[in-house]
Design a protein around this ligand. Sequence first.
Ligand code: ADP
Ligand code: MG
Length: 701
Amino acid sequence: MPRINILPPSVYNRIAAGEVVDRPYSVVKELVENAIDAGASEISIYIEDGGKSLVRIIDNGCGIERDDLQSAFLPHATSKISRAEDLDYILTLGFRGEAVASIAAVSKMTITSKTENGKCYSLRSNGGELGDIEEKPGEKGTDVIVSELFFNAPVRLKFLKSDRAEEADITTFVARFILSRPSIAFNYYVNGKNVLQSFGEGDESAFACVYGAATLENCYRIDADRHGIKIRGYIGNQNFTKSNKSYQTVFLNGRYVSNQTISAALTNAYANYLMKRQYPFYVLNIDVPPEIVDVNVHPNKADVRFSDNKIIYGCIYKVVSDVLDGNASALNYVVGNQPANIGPLPSNADSVLSEKIDMSKPFERTLSYDEARKAMFEMDEKPQTVAKNIDLPFSLSTDDKRSINNSAPKIEEPYIPENMRKNQSEYKSEKLIQEAKATSSEGEQNTLRNMFPDLYFEPSIFTLNSSNPVATGVGNEENAAKSGLILDPFEENKKFLLEKEQQARQEQIDVSSFVFAGKLFNTYLLYEHGSEVYIIDQHAAHERLIFNRLKEKMQQRKIACQSMLVPYTISLNAFESAFMRENLDRIREMGFEIDEPQQNTFAVSGVPTDLITIDLPSFFHDILGEVGGYRSIKLEELLKDKLATAACKAAVKGGDDLSKAEIDELFRLIDGNLGLKCPHGRPVVAKLTKYELEKMFKRVV
Ligand code: ADP
Ligand code: MG
């Protein structure tokens, strides 16, 4: 066994660097976080060649003292915490003191910094070897230049993605920073071009900078405070859905997180409004007391741990579902435009509204975090006794009492303030409730469940298994992959179609001896062959034939382009644009004429002739649904989908009265492919045997 060596810092730092800095985006992330922690109100970010040749972050924050400049480059050197206990109250983004040392170890890095009252100094590192501190002219703040990333780690360099892909990931991070720090003015330059700019003017302006002003109109702006959990941001309305999860952004105490409890609450709140493979849009800033969340999980993992998942889940679920379901209490949460579907309000809604905002009213007080936790704990422990002791401290309308557990009998009506009792018929009488309590052995508990819906949740939602329909929308890709779910619908589809095609080939038989025996309902064509009757669905058959023809043309790149009189234009945000640019050639190959006449605006001036009826907004919506997705774009598959729709529209319909010549032509085209399926997977041909017919008439048994 060789002797044990204590590694020198240069080696150790390069190993540690692998943890913290795996790609250019992590450099940007760490340095911008440092700028934010330094209290900057303006941050400029410059990247070149996807961040590989240059990442530069300039901020106007507090700066670094001359004497600390060298320490900043040391591992585990941080000004943000000093004692173990500090780890329980982390309010800064950084605290490990690893980033600067790690980045410096694998790049050429210069930090130039000036504090309010000090002079400006600069220190350069070459792969971790520090130079001398130099005095320089400069403004208050810090300028960090990282060039030639991984110049001394060729293996890492090899594993980087293309410049564009690295750039796209950085853009995603910058957009997140803009959204999470709306009071900071960001400027983001890619190869000298200003790609994103925010003005530090608050939520709305930051949101519009990233997603465009039009998206604002499709969202509710919410600002809620429940049990000490503050939830602020934008949630897409009931009709504004996305085809992947990349439009779901959550910041917890200012830090981007991807957390299952939070996404489960949101997914479940939206459950009634989403179809399969539709995902909600949201950007939420959630603030919780720092002591109830553990952010010290892993430097590169966005996950966090809560000391109590139930309250987090409950509060988010309650607020978001109230808004979406149009419950009266949504008025407490929504800023600006109220949900259109808000339920019936008492006739004195205005005064109720103003009273509801008056937090001094006893029934308006929401529980503090600790009170809520205690109440919940006690309810779990001894529901019988607590029910009597709890003097409901906050108002609930009937709508509020929707139980998370749908199977629980609905026993409602806890406490309703006098002025909200106008419409008595809406509420069940006290007597009824007493009766229900008396007759149901679970009465007390269920009432509690209804009184405090946000303190309950179904534990099953946190266990990811394929038999749980909610769970499939809940986990992240990684977890889902672990549980063996096939996540890529296209892959699934492809496999299915391939199997079917193989089957079809096997079923090809000689049809020359088929005898046309008539048609049924102007839809089914009958052919007799030996002791079998073949029934062909004329629409399905024709649809399949057209689809095959279109697909062949597409594969051979023979799709002609039809010019449009008025081009269709779409304005996109920075990352959608980058994505479009990357795929422009492929879209053109498919018969589209498309250009970018203005930065981030695309004009479609021609469409494939066979897809003349294509719905362009929905087509591009689907394509852009792939932005930031985990899988690479499957344009061909998407287009095939559109071809199937076009084929369906062009095909003869069931009920169309076809002439014998048309029928013969259709049959000829089918060419014995009796195992054909229509592009949607329905069978084209069905078979009935003489034996089956004879059984029907009891000629045989
Ligand atoms: P951490 O952020 O975890 O403390 P880093 O390695 O990222 O560790 O930074 C080390 C230290 O360098 C920070 O604690 C801070 O004192 C200082 N520092 C780094 N970047 C900046 C900046 N932009 N402005 C002011 N101080 C900075
Ligand atoms: Mg840091």
